[in-house]
Design a binder for this molecule. Structure first.
Ligand code: MG
Length: 384
């Protein structure tokens, strides 16, 4: 990335709002490359290998995990950033960190932990991602967390309720939660990562859904965004209709992915040309995000999400597995709360015990959570 070629509305690394604890520069890296490097070397990042996206880690070796998902988001985000003359390094840093706060077992884990924490301030994975990079990583002598730049932290905190924003702003008035009180936007780089995230999971969940046998190509023929590209592939390669293997699926997804990326880049470029914000602060001050799909494609992605929700995320087999995962998380939470000494000393000694238990459980990989559950309850939830 050549900094001189960045658009005026990009986040320029040399104009970063800086870190909470000032540090000398680290040439030849710019501040956002340095953030990316810190994220890649963190413990929470390595754990993403063994955390569920949709399918529990032990169900198969070829499904997406949080790690491969995050790498796909980084790849898509960087491509879009390059095409729009935005800060690729910042996009990569945000993408690699965006899911660091996810619990084991995907959304089932997060929902359960939120229920367990209801009387203690709740649990939300976006807030937890920020908490990981701000506090929980303990590897530097001078500060807790990774001491990332404001722009990376701004991108990580994608959602935040008013209640949480007020709490965060009480400790850091001009921090990344401030925009949730002011009703302003994040940088374009942060906006792009949100959309790259959406493109990645919409596409790879179809792939994993078909691979698992829970989704069929016949079902997908009713989803316009998929069907139009499948028809285009079959018109060009009719033999794929009956060919063994998954080339028809892969080629359809490849074209769908390219079309979504093309639409995102073109629509965002058009919005930028019209709005012509003077700089990133002008982007932040706008009433709505500038990055986005065209209205037609937005309608198609909404229909695809609705399909995935009912056909895959609510599939009886997925629901049964996630039901077991909920039980594991709830029982782990109760066990550590009753017997804190079962946790490592730094977690057991915390003043806010429920929050410390939530931090400990949230940090677990799927398989470590299952092992701990078996150790503490003597019961085995999944036979593998
Ligand atoms: Mg994600």
């Amino acid at each position: 990335m050549n900094q001189a070629s960045l658009a005026p509305w990009a986040c320029h690394p040399a104009r970063s709002r800086g870190r909470r604890v000032a540090e000398p520069a680290s040439p030849p890296r710019n501040e956002h490359q340095r953030d990316r490097d810190r994220i890649v070397h963190s413990t929470a990042f390595r754990r993403l290998v063994y955390k569920t996206q949709v399918f529990i880690n032990h169900e198969g070796d070829l499904f997406r995990t949080r790690m491969t998902h995050s790498l796909e988001v980084a790849q898509l985000g960087r491509s879009a950033a390059r095409a729009l003359a935005l800060n690729e390094d910042l996009v990569e840093a945000i993408a690699l960190a965006h899911d660091l706060g996810h619990t084991p077992f995907g959304h089932a884990g997060q929902d359960t932990l939120h229920e367990c924490m209801r009387a203690h301030g709740g649990f939300e994975h976006n807030l937890q991602s920020l908490r990981v990079v701000d506090s929980l990583e303990a590897r530097y002598p001078a500060f807790d967390g990774l001491n990332l730049s404001f722009e990376t932290r701004e991108g990580i905190l994608k959602h935040c309720s008013r209640r949480h924003a007020e709490r965060l702003c009480a400790a850091e008035a001009d921090g990344p939660a401030q925009r949730f009180l002011a009703g302003t936007q994040p940088s374009l780089e942060a906006q792009l990562v949100n959309l790259a995230d959406e493109i990645a999971y919409n596409t790879h969940d179809i792939d994993d859904g078909v691979r698992s046998g829970l989704l069929s190509l016949e079902q997908l023929a009713d989803v316009p965004l998929f069907a139009q590209w499948q028809q285009a592939v079959l018109a060009e390669h009719p033999a794929l209709a009956t060919a063994p293997g998954r080339r028809l699926l892969f080629e359809t997804l490849r074209r769908m992915l390219s079309a979504l990326m093309g639409d995102l880049i073109d629509s965002t470029a058009a919005a930028l040309a019209t709005a012509a914000p003077a700089d990133v602060d002008a982007v932040r001050a706008l009433p709505a995000p500038l990055a986005g799909f065209s209205p037609d494609v937005r309608a198609q992605t909404t229909a695809l999400k609705r399909f995935l929700f009912s056909a895959l995320y609510r599939h009886p087999q997925v629901v049964q597995t996630t039901g077991l995962a909920r039980k594991v998380v709830a029982e782990l939470f109760a066990a550590y709360l009753a017997r804190p000494a079962e946790m490592p000393e730094d977690f057991a000694a915390a003043t806010d015990l429920p929050r410390s238990v939530a931090d400990y459980v949230a940090g677990m990989t799927d398989r470590f959570a299952l092992r701990e559950h078996q150790r503490l309850t003597g019961r085995r939830v999944f036979g593998d």
